[in-house]
Write a protein that binds this ligand. Structure first.
Ligand SMILES: Nc1nc2c(ncn2[C@@H]2O[C@H](COP(=O)(O)OP(=O)(O)OP(=O)(O)O)[C@@H](O)[C@H]2O)c(=O)[nH]1
Ligand SMILES: [Mg+2]
Length: 340
């Protein structure tokens, strides 16, 4: 899943009607006109909320309406304005018109507000229409309808964690274990040909995004294998998770090789915060060689230490500032741009 996607319909409030009313006074059968104006209909407003990270909420609620304005009343009372409908969205939400596909808004900064549908104006009460020749106008205007729209929301997911390892290290298996993503998994190298993203759910409605890329081999920076050209997809991740399988013949050398390839690609990549972990802990045996740098071992097959792994990643991410923009763009085989 590269792009989180939702469709919804919104309707702004209708303006309240203007009122036809006349002052009632003793002995004056018809006083002057005193009909008030209708209130304005509420707007539908999108607000970028730092606590949202996905569009999951919109899977369940698809329709949003702002309140109508109240009608005007006698005594020149203006109707109350309708309440706005505020819709919190994650940073990076792109809003498109569902019919035309036109981009209506790109909501990129925290706190940014965008009026998605304007509420209708209130109508005028008859007190507005009195003239010297018509002192008792029966005219008032109705409130205007609020705007109504069908929208598409798209969220460009930016990965927080990038998985790095040799082919067959178990990267895709880990992604499939901890997210709803279903990448291809097989016991041959270069199973993964394209990056995969998944959302790792955390307690309290938090989450982080994990990116799985093709495996890296020695000489990758000279163009060997596939992984190298995908490294740019993890350039903007906040944390690298380096997987060294438990059955590696020389874990230390394997780690050095991976770091070397990262370094060849860019110094920034090798300087990026990282956690080194051992995958396939179920394969631990007499011949398994220790790796000092590794903080833990886990198995995607037996689920040994999976919770602990997620916890450690989450703790680490909490220490790394969130730099969500600019965005990395993924490209799939057909050259179509996907976001990551
Ligand atoms: N025993 C064991 N096998 C695992 C584990 N995780 C993955 N595997 C197996 O290792 C093989 C490779 O797994 P993948 O997840 O495809 O490896 P990858 O790192 O994504 O490989 P590439 O996409 O080629 O880079 C598959 O046969 C998996 O079933 C594990 O925790 N324990
Ligand atoms: Mg893979």
């Amino acid at each position: 899943m590269f792009i989180d996607y939702a469709t919804l319909t919104i309707k702004a409030g209708r303006g309240g009607d203007g009122c036809v009313s006349f002052r009632r006074e003793k002995f004056v059968p018809k006083g002057g006109p005193d009909g008030g104006d209708g209130g304005k209909g509420g707007d539908v407003i999108f607000v970028v909320d730092p606590n949202r990270t996905t569009l999951l909420d919109f899977r369940y609620v698809h329709h949003f309406e702002a309140e109508n304005g109240m009608h005007g009343s006698g005594n020149k009372m203006t109707g109350r304005n309708g309440k706005d409908c505020i819709i919190p969205v994650p940073q990076g939400t792109l809003v498109k018109d569902k019919e035309t596909g036109e981009i209506l808004a790109d909501l990129t900064s925290i706190g940014q507000k965008w009026i998605a549908a304007k509420g209708g104006k209130g109508g005028k009460g008859n007190s507005n229409f009195a003239t010297s020749v018509n002192r008792a106008p029966r005219k008032a205007t109705p409130g205007k309808e609020g705007e109504e729209k069908s929208l598409i929301l798209e969220l460009k997911l930016i990965a927080d964690v990038g998985l790095v390892g040799k082919p067959n290290a178990g990267k895709s298996t880990l992604l499939a274990t901890v997210t709803a993503a279903r990448p291809k998994i097989a016991d041959y190298p270069f199973t993964t040909l394209e990056p995969n993203l998944g959302i790792v759910p955390l307690p309290e409605f938090r989450s982080f995004v994990m990116a799985d890329i093709p495996g890296l081999i020695e000489g990758a920076s000279q163009g060997k294998g596939l992984g190298y050209r995908f490294l740019r997809h993890i350039e903007r991740t906040r944390l690298l998770l380096i997987l060294i399988p438990m059955d590696s013949e020389n874990p230390k050398e394997e780690l050095m090789m991976l770091l070397n390839e990262l370094n060849h690609y860019s110094e920034e990549l090798v300087k990026k915060p990282r956690l080194v972990v051992r995958s396939k802990s179920d394969l631990i045996s007499q011949s398994s060689i220790e790796l000092e740098e590794a903080i833990l071992s886990f198995s995607a097959v037996t689920h040994h230490n999976i919770k602990e792994l997620i916890y450690r990643i989450d703790q680490e991410l909490k220490t790394i500032p969130q730099t969500r923009f600019p965005i990395t763009t993924f490209e799939n085989e057909s050259g179509q741009e996907l976001y990551g």
